[in-house]
Design a protein around this ligand. Sequence first.
Ligand SMILES: [Zn+2]
Ligand SMILES: [Zn+2]
Length: 414
Amino acid sequence: MSVELYKCCPGICPLCHPFLVTIILGLRIVTMSSGITPIILDVDGDVRLCIPGKRNEEASSDQKDNSGAGSVGSSDGGTEVELVVSSKVLCVVSPVFKAMLKGYFKEATELSKMTALSQQYTLKLHEDDPEAATIMFALFHHEHDHIPSAPSTRCLEELAFFCDKYQCTHVMKHCGTNWLRDPKYNRSKHNLKRWDVEIVRLCRCLVFSYVFDLAEDFTRFAWSILLSHKGPICGPDTAAKLLIDHPLLRHEIARRLDAKRFELCQIYHAALMNPMTRDWKSLSGGCVRAGKAVGDYLKWLRHLEILEHDLEFSSHSFWHLLDKPLSGSDTPISTEHYPCVIYGCPCRSDIKTPNNLDLRTPLRAAIHRIQFHEPDVLCLDCIKTNERSTMDETCRIMHSFKGRALSDTKVLGR
Ligand SMILES: [Zn+2]
Ligand SMILES: [Zn+2]
């Protein structure tokens, strides 16, 4: 390097230019002292960022998360990194860095001193996550080689913390939108066996979409959490603890999601119980038609593993509740299978609709209605504007059930 430089710039050599000596020696001293090869994001960078990392429990738990199906990128957020960056770029994208490096803080004074000596200024960022910080500083400098195609969900959450802290969410918005469309983040239906792990991953995606104001992704992940969670989201056995007290989220989000799940539980339960609550005439007339048909229906529910339940479906996910009743045989469960020979039997009154129809119809109809409920699970604009966006019709997602009760009795066949 030095020989080339001397040929091009005959007036600058280590012998006649003391500043150059200082620069070279200074760089060597820093490199040798840390033992880390820095990532050069700007070859003329005047700031060397040292990010020691925090090998904490979250990182290790995420490694467990990512070992299963649908793992998303690297999860090692604890490796120390050093980055050579431009203070000008940092100041343009982040008002916090601008205040730190161009304001009245000691960092600004030290930077200007080192700049006067033509030396890099070393700045330690103790509290930041190395993986997330590397991605963000690479984005600042348009160095896309250091930006992964799908970071871990732990990293997504750290990116949200980083951008909230340095007030630079606008830089991440485009990249974040592309990331969250990746199928790797949207496989919750296939991770039912590890649903509690999946909930943590979904919660992190929800935090990310909330901080970066990604309305469609926010609704989609809220819906996935609701479908994947077993039991109340705010209950004592919740797997969504991350949502309940998250410093970057409004606390009402978990509560709203919980209320929405309970609302769907009530609708589902009413539809599930419909055949048992009908006004069967034959049950009291000594005829077994209705009793046998309802027995078949209960057997079907038991076969689907949804008969034993409480009102909150504590041991069921909605993925299970919505999928199972739509699968299997097309043979109707009906009184039609049990002819009656009793003269003048009151079961003739049961021939009227809906008693002679497939007893599974109300539950299946409710399931179809519930599936259309996704756009109304949680709206980011409604939350951030305290519902004003609904009245102004400025919500970025299309609400589907405006003013219509999901528990519309027609769908239950009553
Ligand atoms: Zn009868
Ligand atoms: Zn809305």
